[in-house]
Design a protein around this ligand. Structure first.
Ligand SMILES: C[S@@+](CC[C@H](N)C(=O)[O-])C[C@H]1O[C@@H](n2cnc3c(N)ncnc32)[C@H](O)[C@@H]1O
Length: 178
């Protein structure tokens, strides 16, 4: 266990264009140790339902919620902990990861379309996962893995109805009814 919790803020969700990628952002956040996610842009009931269904079956306490006013999330976070904005224009992750305070709640911000200028100003850290353009899903996975030092992949998800029993070949799944 860590002394800090991590939440992800996904900016600029578009119902038609981003349904799949935002789902992957949220599932990656959950699988890589975040405690919850907030998304902004267009409200998407299907997205929320998909993520809640995964949590229901695969366990853990991951929460997802919509917030229209992402600026208020960022300004409100100042009392809660630090804000890490993932951007290819930022400082290479390995040069700044140790500066991030491991107390309170860390908010990791990822964009979709062009990210507004004030996000760069409101963030405590603008962090690059390499300085090449790629994907919010890839950036988030690498960032969380660096932040948790790989320990997040060993976590147990409490209350899981489905568990995978790892196999060198084939698939073994344990399903509990409760
Ligand atoms: C597909 S990119 C689009 C970015 C947009 N064109 C802009 O200039 O803000 C979507 C998101 O992926 C993340 N991303 C992409 N490449 C990244 C990198 N090299 N380092 C960190 N984050 C990255 C950022 O969070 C970005 O907002």
């Amino acid at each position: 266990m860590t002394d800090f919790r991590v939440y992800v803020l996904r900016l600029g969700h578009r119902l038609l264009r981003d349904a799949r990628v935002t789902t992957h952002v949220l599932l990656t956040a959950r699988a890589f140790g975040a405690s919850g996610a907030i998304y902004s842009g267009e409200r998407d009931a299907k997205l929320e339902e998909t993520v809640r269904d995964v949590v229901e079956r695969w366990g853990g306490d991951f929460e997802v919620r919509y917030e229209k006013d992402w600026r208020s999330v960022l300004s409100g976070w100042k009392d809660r902990g630090s804000i890490c904005h993932l951007t290819m224009y930022g400082i290479p992750v390995d040069e700044c990861i140790d500066e991030i305070p491991r107390v309170g709640d860390i908010l990791v911000v990822v964009g979709s379309k062009k990210v507004p200028r004030d996000v760069y100003e409101l963030a405590d850290f603008n962090i690059a996962i390499g300085n090449q353009p790629h994907s919010e899903v890839a950036a988030l996975a690498v960032f969380l893995d660096r932040l948790f030092g790989g320990e997040e992949l060993k976590r147990e998800f409490n209350g899981a109805k489905i568990r995978i029993i790892p196999q060198r070949r084939g698939k073994k799944v344990k399903v509990s009814k409760s």
